[in-house]
Design a protein around this ligand. Structure first.
Ligand SMILES: [Zn+2]
Ligand SMILES: [Zn+2]
Length: 368
């Protein structure tokens, strides 16, 4: 790299594949030009030593600008390799610290290499031109629709997370010459991980998620459509509820940090719930004991729920004359407190949509 003038265009500059991540593309660019991954990153932008650690999120504009110049591509095309390109689709906008709902552990930079945030399909990696995909970093994608198998998130031999470019740190001076799909810890090539067939329904839901993500909206099928980020915020909360109701130990874990097997299981439980909206969803809510108030905790800061969700729930899963269970009253108290609202018998019954009841009196007196 040193012999190239600062402003020379990269001698070899294969373009990114469709759905390829920036870091995956940079690994291929580094290899094509006979250099190391980090040397290439430093050459693109001297001050940017965190490109690997940030893992394709919050990539600085000057980096994108210079990489576009060096590869002869448009900035838009380069930007599209970053996970920031999902802004407006998965989330309406970025929050603090690159918090990015729907991306596996986005925003967590510290010890990123120790976390399971890179999923993969072993059969895709056996392709003659293997690369790592943006869609494998999405919380809601747990199966490969092409091969109809389950995604995996760790080395089957030593359980280490998959961090391809860490292979390049094994030898300080010589670029890594092995397969990028090798485990950086034990050297096992994860493309030979055992294959796990995906259930047909999970593949179908994954296709729906892919199409919503591509179009930016979801068609409810009754002439109405909603923004994709509204759909994904509900999907995420549903995953949280399913996991909470069935497997409580996971209740405190953030959905974006849950391992692929648990997320896959949550999806298999949510079989077809978005078909024939809202009929299947209501049937699902009945069988899982979900009520309107289970959705009040969906947003930490904005208590307004999407209309397309609230209307069917109000009609079918909201029973103002029935006394609430003590767990629900406790949740309502916690929700009000967390949102800085007054906690009294009136606000609790209003939130739960029930008439003031003996259960509320009892819990309220305990909580005081
Ligand atoms: Zn595949
Ligand atoms: Zn390993």
């Amino acid at each position: 790299m040193a012999e190239l003038a600062h402003n020379a265009v990269l001698p070899m500059h294969p373009p990114p594949f469709e759905d390829e991540t920036l870091s995956s593309w940079l690994m291929r660019l580094a290899r094509a030009n006979g250099t190391k991954f980090y040397s290439l990153c430093r050459w693109i932008q001297k001050s940017n030593k965190n490109i690997g650690r940030k893992l394709d999120i919050g990539v600085p504009r000057p980096f994108i600008h210079r990489l576009a110049y060096l590869t002869g591509l448009t900035e838009r095309r380069v930007m599209n390799t970053t996970l920031d390109s999902f802004i407006g689709f998965l989330v309406p906008g970025l929050q603090k610290h690159h918090h990015f709902s729907g991306i596996l552990m986005a925003g967590i930079e510290r010890y990123a290499e120790l976390r399971y945030l890179q999923q993969f399909c072993p059969l895709c990696l056996r392709d003659s031109n293997p690369f790592f995909r943006k869609s494998w970093r999405i919380t809601f994608i747990t199966a490969c629709v092409k091969h109809e198998i389950r995604l995996q998130d760790r080395c089957p031999q030593c359980q280490a997370p998959v961090v391809p470019f860490k292979n390049d740190t094994k030898n300080q001076s010589i670029p890594f010459e092995g397969q990028w799909s090798e485990c950086f810890k034990c050297g096992f090539d994860v493309k030979y991980a055992p294959i796990l067939r995906a259930e047909r329904e999970v593949v179908r839901s994954t296709k729906l998620i892919n199409s919503i993500l591509k179009k930016g909206y979801w068609d409810l099928g009754n002439g109405e459509w909603i923004y994709s980020f509204s759909f994904f915020s509900v999907l995420k909360h549903l995953m949280r509820l399913v996991i909470y109701k069935e497997r409580k130990p996971y209740s405190k874990v953030q959905v974006d940090s849950i391992d692929v097997d648990m997320r896959y299981w949550a999806f298999s439980e949510m079989n077809q719930i978005f078909d024939l909206w809202p009929d299947n969803f209501i049937r699902f809510a009945e069988s899982h004991g979900l009520f309107l108030y289970d959705f009040y905790s969906m947003y930490k800061t904005n208590p307004v729920l999407p209309f397309w969700l609230v209307e069917p729930l109000k009609e079918h899963r909201h029973f103002p004359k029935v006394a609430p269970e003590s767990d629900h009253v406790k949740c309502a108290c916690a929700y009000l407190k967390a949102n800085g609202k007054k906690v009294n018998k009136y606000s609790i019954s209003r939130l739960l949509g029930v008439c003031n009841s003996f259960v509320i009196d009892q819990i309220f007196d305990q909580e005081k």
